[in-house]
Each structure stands twice: as structure tokens, then as C-alpha cells.
Design a protein around this ligand. Structure first.
Ligand code: FAD
Length: 316
């Protein structure tokens, strides 16, 4: 704990994902105790979980974000890299095919870190747990806000423990809602007699599909991430990410309403080999966002095309 004047004794954070964990870390400097309430069972798991369906996909932290997280949790990225995350200069280690050409490669000093979302979150969670005044309650739903009789002040959160259906009231001087896009705070505020805050939704029309392959033995590669960006009117991006010794994670996005650009993908100079299933360990697809249309199927030909930069891939 720092010597900073405390604005209160207890803070409750709803949601134990990236926002929740990092909020708890910051609040631990100002409050005597911080309680994080997380609906999912998280434990020490490095596996994807229901509340964060993008857990299977590659997750990148760029320089600015990494600096902020590193300031809060010193040494985090060094540890992650030692356990398999990829550190990559944004132009030297990441090779780009963009607007019909391969971009020039040079040192930029712009560092990025690439790993699965579950891996990143588990490392942050482990570090935040080390703060003795932070308590993460998992398997626990925030159900509603507590308030003073005249509803002029929020005084805590009512929660239900999933294991035994027990309801509990957690008094708090500050409640932070980081429960993501399913947040109930607008409804809860309405129940307390306040207007729902206005929401602004930005549709991004993206879908992800990933395949994880065994990493082939090839020490001749001098890059760690490859980005194949679309040349309009194509709208599909493929990224190939080489992680630690054993696995290759292949990730693609495309406009949900767009068509697969598998054919164009094969026309990229330098890409010689076609995708296959040799060495395939896992395949996953997720729709990314709320106000997109319908669902997507990336199985079969579409998926194979999308994952054109997979095992055995060569870049001249
Ligand atoms: C496919 C995909 C790829 C992405 N790639 C990147 C990337 O490469 N780099 C990057 O920086 N960002 C990426 N993002 C965005 C990033 O994942 C989000 O910005 C981030 O997850 C937001 O974190 P959050 O903590 O605000 O909310 P969330 O991650 O949505 O977490 C909300 C948490 O609250 C919990 N919860 C919900 N309701 C309750 C309740 N009532 N009680 C208790 N707990 C509750 C949920 O279980 C969950 O753990 C990606 C997103 C997607 C979908």
C-alpha cells in the first residue's frame, strides 16, 4: 500500500477480466480492501472461459498498453515471454503484406506482445492476487446495487454465489463495474430512479477464426508475426503468429457480411504453400461483436482459405 490518503475502506469491482483486474490493482493503492466479483470459475486456469469467449484467439498488447500494464505490474512481460509469449518489433519482427506489397522491414522500437488472451489474463490475475488487500471471489454473480434509503448513494453490491446459491451483501465505498458489454448497470440505475445512460454502439463487423498448429522445426525464419492485410475490395486479414517452441497460432478476421477471399490470398507473392491440417491441434471461431448480422461459419473451404498462412508456410 502506498501512503496516499484513502478515499474509502472497501472497493468492489464487478467482473474479473482485464478491466476488472487492472482496476483492482490500481484501487489496491487507495483502498484498504478491494473485492473483485467474477461470475466465471477462474482459478489458475490458462484455458478460455465462458465470460471471455475470445480466449482462444491471439491477443496483442501494443507498446502503449504494455507500458501501462508494466507500470502497474513490473516484470510481467519478461515473465510472460519466458513462458512463451512473443515479443515482436512492429516492423522488424512483424512482416506485413499491405495494399498489395510487402512492407519494408526495419527496427522501430515499437514493441508488441502476442499471446492467447487466456494466457495474458492468467498472468495478470496471478500478479494481482499477490496484493494482500485484493480478494477475487469467483463463481459469483453481481445481482444488484445496494443503496441508501433515498437512493442518493450506492453503498455496495448484492451478489449470489453460484456454488450454493447463497446471497450476500458486500458493502462498499466505491463500486466499479467492469462487467463488459453485458453490464447491468444501466438497468440497476434505472431501478434506483435514475435515467439509463445513453449508449453508443459501434458495429465493427469482424469475426475471428483461429487454428493452432504444432510449430514446425525451422530456425531459418527471421520473423515472428505475419500480417496479410486485404487489398480492397477484399476484406479479410490473416495473421500468423509463431509462439513458443511448439505451437503456431493462426488467426484471421473478415467482415461477417463479406465473402471469403481465399483465392486472392493465394495470389500474394511469396506465399508458396497451401494450408493443410497437418499438425493441427485446435480450431476455433468466434463472432466478435454485438450488433453484427447473423452468425458465421468459417468451416470448410472458407476456413482453409483463411488460414492460408499456416504450417509449412514460407515467405521468400
Ligand atoms: C475476438 C476478439 C479479439 C480481441 N483481440 C484483442 C487484442 O488483440 N488486443 C486487445 O487489447 N484487445 C482485444 N480485444 C478486446 C478485448 O478483449 C476487450 O477490450 C477486453 O476484453 C475488455 O475487457 P473488460 O474487462 O472490460 O471486459 P470483458 O473482457 O468483457 O470482461 C467482463 C467480465 O465480467 C464478468 N461478468 C459479467 N457480468 C458479471 C456479473 N453480473 N457478475 C460478475 N461478473 C460478471 C465476465 O465473466 C467477464 O469476466 C479482442 C476482443 C475480441 C472479441
Amino acid at each position: 500500500m502506498s501512503e496516499t490518503k484513502s478515499p474509502g475502506r472497501h472497493a468492489v469491482v464487478i467482473g474479473g477480466s482485464m478491466g476488472g483486474l487492472l482496476s483492482a490493482r490500481v484501487l489496491s493503492d487507495y483502498f484498504d480492501n478491494v473485492t473483485v466479483v467474477e461470475r466465471d470459475e477462474v482459478g489458475d486456469s490458462v484455458e478460455p472461459r465462458k465470460g471471455v469467449p475470445q480466449g482462444n484467439h491471439v491477443h496483442t498488447i501494443y507498446g502503449g498498453g504494455a507500458n501501462v500494464v508494466e507500470r502497474l505490474l513490473p516484470g510481467l512481460f519478461e515473465k510472460m515471454v519466458s513462458e512463451g509469449a512473443t515479443e515482436c518489433d512492429f516492423s522488424k519482427g512483424l512482416v506485413w503484406y499491405h495494399q498489395g506489397v510487402w512492407k519494408m522491414r526495419t527496427d522501430t522500437g515499437l514493441t508488441s506482445f502476442w499471446q492467447s488472451r487466456a494466457f495474458l489474463e492468467s498472468h495478470i490475475r496471478r500478479r494481482v492476487r499477490e496484493f494482500s488487500n485484493v480478494n477475487i471471489i469467483e463463481n459469483c454473480d453481481a445481482e444488484s446495487l445496494l443503496s441508501t434509503d433515498d437512493n442518493s448513494q450506492v453503498t455496495g453490491v448484492r451478489v449470489t454465489h453460484r456454488n450454493d446459491d447463497r446471497t450476500e451483501e458486500l458493502p462498499a465505498d466505491l463500486v466499479v463495474d467492469t462487467s463488459g458489454r453485458g453490464s447491468k448497470t444501466p438497468e440497476w440505475l434505472e431501478q434506483l430512479g435514475y435515467q439509463k445512460p445513453k449508449e453508443l454502439a459501434v458495429g465493427i463487423d469482424l469475426a475471428y477464426a483461429s487454428r493452432i498448429y504444432e510449430r514446425p522445426d525451422d530456425s531459418s525464419r527471421d520473423w515472428t508475426v505475419m500480417g496479410l492485410f486485404p487489398t480492397p475490395p477484399a476484406s479479410q486479414t490473416s495473421r500468423l503468429h509463431l509462439s513458443d517452441r511448439r505451437t503456431t497460432l493462426d488467426c484471421q478476421r473478415r467482415g461477417i457480411s463479406g465473402r471469403s477471399s481465399a483465392g486472392r490470398r493465394r495470389g500474394i507473392p511469396g506465399i508458396r504453400e497451401k494450408p493443410g491440417t497437418a499438425g493441427l491441434l485446435r480450431s476455433d471461431q468466434r463472432r466478435q461483436t454485438t450488433d453484427t448480422v447473423g452468425d458465421v461459419s468459417l468451416s470448410g473451404r472458407g476456413s482453409a482459405g483463411a488460414t492460408s498462412c499456416c504450417r509449412g508456410f514460407r515467405k521468400d
